[in-house]
Write a protein that binds this ligand. Structure first.
Ligand SMILES: [Zn+2]
Ligand SMILES: [Zn+2]
Length: 384
């Protein structure tokens, strides 16, 4: 079944009709409930690296504020009347969070468990990114009529949820191939020399080398038909915003990260340089897809910007702007497309990819009949 494209002009929130207060109540209530579950089952649901650095008093205060806000906004939405269900839903989530212990819940000493999920990483990252990008996109929107909860947001949120929940598995699958395949050829002398270089130099080198490898694997995902089926999931977004970049098939995530990590592992960059690189990647990957009309002045000649990456998602032209960090790589290989402005349409011709996380997980594995629309529009024949 073909997904419906979003209406070209959708109404935004009207103040006073209860939709904004209802949506905020449900969002805060759901996050509060998940946060309380993290306090209740920390060994299973939280990441040890984050647990070690949490300012607990601040987290509990924020949780208390979120529960109170969710209850207050939920009551407001119910009173305003148009979207009572959102208000009741938010109030129910906040009530469940209180029933399970609220912000006063005890959390005793935690034994390090072998396996864990990253529910705390999901809650934290979603909250921080939403607090930064939702107001930014409201103030400086490229597509001004695009709603916050636009077409496809549930699918993108599901991708965001799974990739954060599986943080431990994905890290293992990213790191293991490099050490298994290349562990025998690393040179301790070379690694010591690389790790001894100034941090800024290591950061820039890691960024450039990783993006060069990312460029290669990204072009392969576009050029090889069976790989394209996995990567087409990312290109199926028809509305761009900060959440759209999360739409990635797990095979795409694992292969791209694993290949990109190989040179970083072999060269042996210092851990602090790798952390700086990872933070940069995390922020830029979100910002590149954002619904922002910024052009970033002269910076766009050095770093990839939303305009640069939005053209990668354009229905036409196709197979342009593969670099994630440094546009100079596309300029060197003749794949740069920088006309100024932004594309008019995003996605793949014919919209063959279905909406929904489960459907998108299995869709690339189905026989070509299911992908007939895509085969016709394979890269080189008209798909971006
Ligand atoms: Zn691509
Ligand atoms: Zn993208």
């Amino acid at each position: 079944m073909q997904p419906l494209r979003p209406p070209s002009s959708a109404p935004d929130f009207d103040f006073g009709d209860g939709r904004l207060s209802g949506a905020l109540s449900l969002g805060l209530g759901a996050l509060s409930l998940l946060a309380v579950l993290c306090f209740r089952y920390p060994e299973l649901l939280t990441t040890p690296e984050l647990r070690a650095v949490y300012p607990l008093a601040l987290v509990r205060t924020a949780l208390f504020a979120a529960i109170v806000l969710s209850l207050g906004l939920g009551a407001l939405a119910v009173l305003l009347g148009e979207r009572r269900r959102l208000g009741w839903g938010g109030t129910a989530c906040a009530g469940a969070a209180i029933a399970l212990g609220g912000s006063w819940i005890e959390s005793g000493p935690v034994d390090s468990s072998r396996h864990h999920l990253g529910l705390d990483w999901f809650v934290l990252d979603l909250l921080v990114l939403a607090l930064v990008f939702v107001p930014l996109e409201r103030a400086f929107a490229l597509a001004r009529s695009q709603r916050i909860l636009r077409f496809g947001w549930r699918t993108d949120l599901a991708h965001f949820f799974v990739s954060h929940l599986l943080v431990q598995v994905l890290a293992l699958l990213t790191l293991a191939p490099a050490s298994l395949l290349f562990g025998g050829i690393v040179s301790p002398r070379l690694q010591a020399w690389v790790a001894a270089q100034p941090l800024l130099l290591q950061f820039v080198a890691a960024l450039a080398i990783a993006d060069l490898f990312q460029y290669g694997v990204h072009r392969a995902f576009h050029a090889v038909p069976w790989l394209w089926r996995f990567h087409a999931i990312h290109h199926s977004s028809v509305a761009m915003d900060w959440l759209a970049g999360s739409r990635l098939h797990l095979v795409d995530v694992i292969v791209t990260r694993a290949v990109t990590f190989v040179p970083l592992f072999v060269l042996g960059f210092a851990p602090s340089a790798l952390v700086a690189y990872l933070v940069f990647v995390a922020v830029q990957a979100v910002a590149l897809h954002a619904n922002l009309r910024f052009r970033f002045g002269g910076l766009r000649w050095i770093f990839a910007t939303p305009a640069f990456h939005h053209w990668h998602h354009a229905v036409s032209p196709v197979d342009k702007n593969f670099a994630i960090h440094l546009p100079v790589i596309d300029r060197l290989f003749g794949t740069a497309y920088e006309p100024g402005g932004f594309p008019e349409r995003y996605g793949t011709l014919g919209d063959p990819v279905p909406e929904g996380w489960v459907r998108q997980l299995v869709w690339p594995l189905r026989r070509p009949r299911a992908q007939r629309g895509l085969e016709k529009n394979s890269p080189g024949a008209g798909v971006g």
